[in-house]
Design a protein around this ligand. Structure first.
Ligand code: BG6
Length: 493
């Protein structure tokens, strides 16, 4: 009997507005945090491990950025020009047989400052066209409402998500979106990697760290995160009310932490790290803060603005499904001395000696994906959706014009096979799989173009040179076959 994925399995790919669209100041769009984040040209792995160095932005940097029209210094401003080329790109996705296409809406395209009374109709019209283009090919749109990039105005004027008023402005934005696309969009995600506010306070939370004292900043981050949780829950409520057929998911950075050894100290630390990962989905799925987080707040002496009303809103608006990104696992050791560390997903961990590592220091572990699926499904019993997975690699155009990205095929194939086992052997309910960057786009952690994930190559380098021409890689036909056979081709040698 052929091994196939469940009928109706949603195969596809995922992108984010700020890494793909470009057109940063077109048709009324306001600037977002992404548009003022400079390219720092990381030269080696050590620099890639400098998470803060790559993403910290100060008031002076914002001022400088706003005075500059150099799109290559701020590459999110040009992206891969998806804004103007979406028809060509979606046609290529359709040729691969995509059943679903995940993309995000840039809040600042709909509300340029973030808090206007009325939405920018040109922004709504653009995404309406993107949605219609998907539907033309029977591709389901899966919309991320916030994939990093809050409107810059909210950051400079209100200190971003640390201000409670941002909740209502976000909800107003969500309402405009859902009312506009009602009946056309079945799947929404609220905040991409909601936990990332702790790693990228500016990009995700609009928090300009230098405005705060180092002693208070951690509390500010958790406060902002709480407001995002409330906003997310309110968004779930708004979507369910406006469009009862639509389903809403949370989105979690699913790093799998392994204890480096069986030393009880390592095991305990790995458990604590995993608990910290799940805290974010716990709030959105169970509608409650996990006990350890509330004890942590108490022990640190935090006094968060968290009302009974907020807690009731969280409780009454759980998400319908659990989506997550998975790129890698990493090890945790209580004593790291003498051990190699490595980069990845903007998280630094101890290198696992048993698995390979990508050129960007991310550890390649397909089994870790199955571990993640089982853990999440056992914990919540809700359908899962893998909304990001993939290999960032350097691609080379051969003399005959082809791109032989067998390394990418190997990575994806191994992960998909584990996914299959998770479904068939472990009984996990998996709605679909959208690999990250089906078309090459800017790297989130490093703003590089040279870190490519796509089945489709984009002619553009790290310094803005290139024609933006699209070209199919070897993996294009490979993925097309996977989708056409609903996974059966993965098992044919
Ligand atoms: C995820 C993000 O963390 O990882 C994406 O949601 C990002 O936005 C992806 O692009 C891959 O990371 P990177 O840094 O290789 O682009």
């Amino acid at each position: 009997m052929k091994k196939t994925f469940p009928e109706g399995f949603l195969w596809g790919g995922a992108i984010a507005a700020n890494q793909a669209e470009g057109a940063w100041n077109v048709d009324g769009k306001g600037p977002s945090t992404a548009d003022v984040t400079p390219f720092k040209d990381p030269k080696d792995l050590e620099q890639l491990k400098d998470i803060h160095g790559l993403s910290d932005v100060t008031d002076e940097m914002i001022e400088k950025a706003l005075g500059s029209d150099d799109e290559n210094a701020y590459p999110r401003r040009h992206g891969i020009d998806f804004y103007h080329r979406y028809k060509e790109d979606i046609a290529l996705f359709a040729e691969m047989g995509f059943k679903v296409f995940r993309f995000s809406i840039a809040w600042s395209r709909i509300f340029p400052k973030g808090n206007e009374e009325k939405p920018n109709e040109a922004g709504l019209a653009f995404y309406n066209d993107v949605i219609d283009e998907c539907l033309k090919y029977q591709i389901e749109p899966l919309i991320t409402l916030s994939h990093y990039e809050p409107p810059l105005y909210l950051c400079t004027e209100y200190n971003g998500w640390s201000d409670r008023r941002v909740i209502d402005w976000f909800v107003r934005y969500v309402k405009s979106v859902v009312e506009a696309y009602k009946g056309k969009v079945k799947y929404y995600l609220t905040f991409n990697e909601v936990d990332s506010i702790l790693r990228h306070p500016f990009m995700t939370g609009g928090l300009i760290e230098s405005r705060f004292s180092p002693d208070e900043f951690e509390e500010v981050e958790y406060q902002a995160m709480h407001y995002q949780f409330v906003a997310s829950a309110k968004a779930v409520g708004v979507i369910h009310t406006c469009d009862p057929a639509a389903k809403v998911g949370c989105m979690l950075t699913k790093v799998t932490y392994y204890p480096y050894s069986c030393k009880p100290e390592d095991v305990l630390l790995a458990q604590q790290r995993m608990r910290a990962v799940y805290a974010f989905s716990d709030v959105q799925v169970r509608g409650e803060y996990p006990a350890f987080l509330t004890s942590m707040y108490r022990n640190k002496g935090f006094h968060l603005d968290m009302t009974d009303d907020d807690l009731a809103i969280l409780k009454s608006n759980p998400v319908d499904f659990v989506s997550f990104s998975y790129y890698q696992s990493t090890c945790i050791a209580a004593d790291e001395s003498g051990l190699d560390t490595t980069a990845g997903n903007t998280i630094i961990g101890v290198k696992n000696p048993h698995i390979p590592t990508s050129d960007w220091g991310w550890q390649i572990d397909p089994i870790g994906l199955r571990v993640s699926m089982v853990d999440l499904y056992d914990r919540y019993g809700k359908p899962l959706f893998i909304v990001e997975n993939g290999l960032g690699a350097v691609d080379k155009i051969e003399e005959d014009g082809t791109i032989q990205d067998d390394y990418r095929i190997d990575y994806l194939k191994a992960h998909m096979k584990e996914m299959y086992k998770g479904i068939v052997e472990d009984g996990v309910e998996l709605m679909g799989y959208t690999s990250w960057g089906p078309i090459d786009l800017l790297s989130n952690s490093s703003n590089q173009m040279s870190k490519r994930y796509g089945y489709i190559y984009v002619d553009l380098d790290d310094y803005g040179n290139g024609s933006y021409e699209r070209r199919k890689k070897k993996s294009f036909d490979w993925y097309k076959e996977v989708i056409a056979t609903n996974g059966a081709s993965l098992f044919e040698e």
